[in-house]
Design a protein. Structure first.
Length: 94
């Protein structure tokens, strides 16, 4: 990863409330261990009964937290994720 892309990621991550209180060295470390990821429409990031491998920082767009309701035989939206949200972090700290 180039120093310019690390700097860009550091700028993006610094805008997230979860990272607003960390020092510059820690934010730089986090940026060097991060990578941009683009999701397609309908793509699953987290799967039921599997611990996540990553924490996703929503920068643009939105996603849905779905639950498959067997009585309705279809997925039901429980919540929406939006820019500024962190997805998957709870499973990483277990």
């Amino acid at each position: 990863m180039t120093s310019q892309s690390v700097s860009s990621l550091q700028t993006v991550l610094s805008r997230f409330p979860a990272f607003s209180g960390i020092d510059d060295d820690s934010l730089h470390w986090l940026s060097t261990h991060s990578k941009p990821y683009h999701c397609s429409v309908g793509q699953s990031l987290l799967v039921k009964d599997r611990l996540p491998e990553y924490c996703y920082c929503i920068v643009d767009g939105r996603g849905r937290v779905l639950h498959h309701d067997t009585s309705l035989r279809r997925p039901v939206t429980l919540a929406y994720s939006q820019p500024g949200d962190l997805i998957g972090w709870a499973g990483l700290v277990r």
